[in-house]
Design a protein. Structure first.
Length: 582
């Protein structure tokens, strides 16, 4: 069969943005964060292959817009422009008005890089928004998201049980592309650069897939959606991220409430909503006790101040652990976790860049079991690793040499009371963000400045572990209002679409609202909107939902115009008949 080249090229031209959207939705979550180039010397944020593909797609989008082949106008677009403008003004203010960024290429380049990252994230919104031309396009992209989630789960399974490689950005050395392997009790990261990023991604996709499962009419598709949701929930539990665990459940409750609102009577809404809520809660709890030993341990830290609750919680956990062990042995499902160990727990070709790797890498992913908690250190610290300090010394011949001194760690009151993870936020990160807000309440202290100790200090990484405080500290009140206005407006328009469209496509809106609520909860403890794989996926789905909304609105306008024209035609006919009669 001959292929008509002209028709093929025409089809590609019409669907190029849809093709690129699908590719990015798959590639970004699945391809590891292996760096291509170091944009700023010594900085943890590096250029990766996904940045190249997003840039190419952005160029294609601009060409299609200039040719009139792609729609782009939406209310969300203008709010995004407002936020980016405020972010740019924040940078200028931080350099020239309320100085917090030195007027040097290194420092200005770093803060500009973070501003450009947000611009890059928003590109996914523009691309998917322009790519959608029909509900069929929506189904294609949503199915791709579901299949990508399944692929993330499969890789996570292989990573946990078969030593599939891990590429992390948890510290400066890891971010160079070091290949790691998880030990038995490690937190699964799958194709992501950290277990927190993976968990936040699942908060988005699992709520979307749950909504699709509820709204599917065909039994086979409903079962398939529930299966992917179940497997994804297992992966979420293996990340041991407590905040994402709670965020998922809050989002799921929102999904259930919106689906329940479509029932005919109030009694049916309450009955269905409560039954599904308890079912999801029971599923989450049972899976946690069956597969989430690390998650159990992390929740145990919360209960240690309440002896009776702790005792009951521990007893239930022990029962499920013993039951699971007996079941696996009885069914011959229990086997050696990993049959072929690829060398040591970390595989990397050592060169001059990794000479000091032993001082950086520690087996912190192992979770020792203690009969009694060691109260000389925080509950979430299993190995008391000393502080390593690099000190310069001068020898007799005048040459400078470096030695490493190790000193015993000291713990703050918050660390002993709430654990090290929470203490870092309470003692350092959150106060830094609030200080950034006080520095300039309107425009903030500037991107990538919150953890600086001095005016000239160059930080190697940025983190606040609370996206709300980070936005407030970096871009002030104006940046905070404009950024979260984008999310709030998108949720509002999605809800409006759900009110007028109760077909299968409304599941996309329901899932998006649940995902947004879950991600906002997640943002209380993690900088989720600054995590690339999470942010790209979220804004891509936002573009899909907004395209649905505007298509529905335009269809409604056409229907209204048709009704008006029919009324005018009828009115004209009546006038004509009256004239004839008179």
């Amino acid at each position: 069969m001959k292929i008509n080249l002209k028709l093929a090229l025409s089809w590609i031209d019409d669907h190029i943005l849809l093709i690129l959207s699908g590719f990015l939705i798959v590639f970004i979550p699945l391809f590891p964060k292996i760096p291509l180039a170091e944009l700023i010397p010594g900085y943890i944020v590096r250029m990766r292959i996904e940045d190249v593909f997003v840039a190419i797609t952005a160029v294609v989008w601009i060409i299609q817009v200039l040719r009139g082949k792609a729609k782009w106008k939406s209310l969300i677009f203008w709010v995004i422009i407002a936020y980016l403008l405020i972010g740019f003004l924040s940078i200028l203010s931080a350099i020239f008005i309320t100085p917090s960024i030195p007027l040097e290429l290194l420092h200005v380049g770093k803060t500009s890089l973070h501003w450009l990252r947000y611009l890059e994230y928003f590109v996914l919104f523009l691309i998917t928004f322009s790519a959608i031309k029909s509900k069929k396009d929506v189904r294609i992209l949503v199915n791709i998201i579901a299949l990508t989630t399944l692929a993330v789960v499969v890789y996570g399974y292989g990573q946990r049980y078969h030593y599939w490689p891990v590429y992390s950005t948890m510290n400066r050395e890891f971010s160079k592309g070091v290949r790691l392997y998880l030990t038995e009790n490690a937190r699964v990261q799958s194709t992501f650069a950290g277990h927190y990023d993976l968990a936040a991604y699942l908060v988005i996709t699992l709520n979307l897939i749950l909504a699709l499962a509820y709204k599917q009419s065909k039994k086979t598709k409903k079962i398939a959606a529930h299966t992917v949701h179940f497997l994804g929930l297992w992966l979420l539990i293996t990340t041991a991220s407590r905040v994402s665990y709670v965020a998922y459940f809050v989002g799921a409750l929102a999904v259930i409430a919106l689906v329940a609102s479509e029932k005919e009577t109030l009694a049916k809404r309450i009955k269905w909503g409560l039954s599904q809520s308890f079912l999801i809660l029971a599923l989450v709890i049972i899976m946690t006790f069956l597969f989430g030993a690390d998650m159990q341990e992390r929740f145990l830290h919360v209960f240690r101040g309440y002896p009776q609750v702790e005792q009951t919680y521990t007893a239930v956990g022990d029962f499920f652990s013993e039951t699971t062990e007996q079941f696996l042995i009885a069914t011959n499902l229990k086997s050696d976790r990993k049959k072929e160990v690829p060398g040591d727990w970390i595989a990397v070709e050592l060169d001059e860049d990794y000479q000091d790797l032993d001082d950086v890498l520690t087996k912190t992913d192992e979770r020792p079991v203690e009969e009694k908690p060691d109260r000389t250190r925080p509950d979430d610290v299993y190995v008391d690793v000393p502080v390593t300090t690099r000190v310069a010394t001068e020898s007799a011949d005048g040459t400078t040499e470096y030695i490493y001194l190790k000193t015993e760690r000291t713990w703050s009151e918050n660390a002993m009371k709430y654990g090290l993870s929470t203490a870092i936020r309470l003692d350092t990160l959150w106060p830094n963000a609030l200080e950034g807000f006080r520095h300039n309440p309107l425009l903030g202290k500037g991107y990538a400045t919150l953890n600086k100790e001095t005016f000239m200090h160059f930080t190697e990484a940025e983190s606040t572990d609370n996206n709300f405080l980070r936005t407030l500290g970096e871009t002030g009140l104006l940046g905070f209002i404009s950024f979260y206005a984008i999310i709030t407006l998108a949720m509002y328009l999605a809800y409006k679409f759900h009110q007028v469209d109760r077909t299968y496509t409304s599941a996309i809106s329901i899932g998006f609202i649940g995902a947004s609520i879950g991600l906002l909860v997640n943002a209380l403890y993690i900088d989720v909107f600054a995590a690339s794989k999470v942010a790209f996926t979220y804004w891509a789905i936002t573009g899909i939902v907004m395209a649905l909304y505007y298509q529905g609105r335009n269809k409604q306008k056409l229907q209204n115009l048709t009704l008006v024209s029919r009324f005018q035609k009828l009115k004209s006919e009546i006038k004509t008949k009256l004239k004839i009669a008179s």
